[in-house]
Design a protein around this ligand. Structure first.
Ligand code: FPP
Length: 250
């Protein structure tokens, strides 16, 4: 069977792809199963996209695994998601090592249960020298939280005289975000037919191309990922310029 992968131009890949994995609950419902069943099957899709991204040569992949708003879900579901994270990170560390993939996390990790945080930190530590691709998990993450934290740190440095007001610009601001050292996402994918950004990488996605698909996250496979990359490559990214200006610089 032919794959859309063959039509992807590997010299024009997005450097960073960010994904909102949505639709686990609805997927489980279609099978008459509890929501957690959807999350468990979502892990298969996490593996698929990680492999697909690494195969293509994408350097950064960020997955929205748990938002600060997700704490308001039923306790049972929150606990199940936290356990699933521990289990997944533990189970996948060897595969990450074999494939030379570095694990990183963004978000307020201090609020995660001890077990989850420890498993995560252990995975990050073990894989820190890998350099083929970086897999970033957004955990207890929200953009508004991150931006407010950055403002607080900058304000403190200004009031203590460490930083001059005149030196604050978008580049400096980016250095105070949890994504410091991670390039901005060029493509943002959301599954399950929802068309929102939901407090995800708001600052970083300023110029990201948005891609929405009806596919529910547990059904998302390599081919769906390749389709999104191919779609991205058909778009003209203008960054505020006009088409003719882009042709001049090419
Ligand atoms: C959204 O579906 C999905 C989540 C809130 C959790 C995603 C988590 C995983 C796939 C599990 C593990 C992940 C990693 C990275 C180890 P939803 O519950 O909002 O679905 P719904 O909109 O249909 O209710």
């Amino acid at each position: 069977m032919s794959s859309i992968k063959e039509n992807i131009n590997t010299t024009k890949l997005p450097l960073h792809v960010a994904i909102i994995m949505d639709g686990n609950g609805r997927w489980a419902k279609t099978q008459g199963k509890p929501r957690v069943f959807g999350h468990k099957n979502g892990v298969v899709s996490v593996r698929e996209v990680t492999e697909a991204a690494a195969e293509l040569g994408i350097k950064f992949l960020t997955l929205y695994a748990f938002s600060t708003e997700n704490w308001s879900r039923p306790t049972f579901e929150v606990n199940a998601l936290m356990s699933l994270l521990v289990e997944t990170v533990k189970n996948e560390v060897n595969t990450l090592m074999k494939n030379n993939i570095k694990l990183q996390a963004i978000g307020d990790l201090t609020k995660l249960p001890d077990k989850t945080r420890k498993a995560l930190i252990n995975g990050i530590e073990k894989t820190k020298l890998n350099d083929r691709m970086t897999l970033v998990l957004a955990l207890n993450y929200s953009s508004r939280w991150e931006i407010v934290e950055a403002v607080k740190k900058i304000s403190m440095e200004v009031s203590s005289g460490k930083l001059e007001l005149e030196n604050i610009d978008p580049n400096l601001f980016s250095d105070y975000l949890t994504t410091r050292n991670i390039p901005d996402p060029e493509l943002m994918i959301r599954t399950s037919g929802e068309r929102r950004i939901s407090n995800y990488l708001l600052w970083q996605a300023a110029y990201a191309e948005l891609y929405f698909t009806e596919v529910l996250w547990p059904d998302f496979r390599k081919e769906d990922f390749f389709k999104a990359i191919f779609d991205f490559q058909q778009r003209e990214r203008r960054f505020g310029l006009i088409s003719e200006q882009l042709q001049e610089v090419q």
